[in-house]
Design a binder for this molecule. Sequence first.
Ligand code: ATP
Ligand code: MG
Length: 395
Amino acid sequence: LPSQLVAAKPILDRINAAGFAAYFVGGCVRDMILGESLHDVDIASSAYPEEIKAIFDRTVDTGIQHGTVMVLDHGEGYEITTFRTESTYTDFRRPDSVTFVRSLEEDLKRRDFTINAFALDADGSVIDLFDGLGDLEKKQIRAVGKPNERFTEDALRMMRALRFASKLNFSIEEGTLEALKELSPNLKKIAVERIQVEFEKLLMGQAASQSLLTMVEVGLLPYFPGQKGMVIDQHLLLLANWLEKKQPKTLLEVWTLYLGTGGFNPDELQTELRAWKLSREIMATVTRLSKAIEKRNDLSTWDLYQINDLADTFLAVIEMMGVDFSLIEDIKKRLNALSIRSGKDIVVNGGQLIQSGIATPGPGLGKLLHEIEQAIVCGELSNTKEAIFDFAKEH
Ligand code: ATP
Ligand code: MG
């Protein structure tokens, strides 16, 4: 067993000792079988939330209405979710109600894909009710049960199918793919934030290029947030090409690559960023970097200075775009050679200029400081007190 599961096994043992069933479920079992590293350990149990809370001393109600309680143990938190079914999805989004059940089988049946529907008991035996092992062997994503029903219940599962195909470099089983083609319009019912999370993981996966093309093929793209101004087909093919060689590693890289390389005008770009409901940090980063990306062959020292805090993301993205190695090396050299990294590195500040009687408070001071900054960055002024005071007196 992987070390995280060994560490969590006493939790299963304690639930078992209290007379309830408990299993490791979901992604951690899939990743264990694949020999991949696991990030979160999820546990499912026949015990109801109140029963779990009675077994353990330290618990937190993280999602009690869905049946999830977090148990704190040796500095770790484990989410324990009561076996449940989800009934009547009237809005293609969220189940109307979750019903707690005592049967593992019912709980596994509600899961999206066969490779996500394993359970592992405290003895280390894998429970595989839907031939997920066969699908791992065939390297394919297959819905649990009838794909049409499963995608109708929750349209986000279509994005998840592509996300796991990308992450694992798997294909999508034929029946599951057919259902994707048929039901793709239902994606418009899904909240942007949920699409965003799956799409980010899709683009970071090893088979991002293939998944992106499949996304286009099954017709999901028209139901994506934004894209009003996007030259969809051309830009997507270009992206797919880039992604074949290398995939983004951070969210900033994901969004800079996806939206910052599309040649949007500033208004279109803002519309896209807002439509995707991205964080302020991502919006600001993509906005700044998209300009530098457009000018990448022709960046002044001042341009480089203005993005030097985002240099890692910038370099990663233009590298993915297949920009000439020599140009990248040159940009790196020039970034390293910048005389200052930010205004804070200037040895004289506004207060000192006022105190020395060279400047007075007001908008003129801001302008002067900006000129000093520009002159230092462009190598016309050295960053020393004497030189800056002289420069300030002249201006
Ligand atoms: P990751 O390693 O990326 O976290 P994961 O398989 O753990 O992958 P999660 O999104 O964390 O994926 O979900 C945990 C488990 O919950 C899944 O393995 C799956 O069994 C189930 N699940 C999650 N979302 C859905 C959904 N929309 N429909 C059905 N089952 C789902
Ligand atoms: Mg998970």
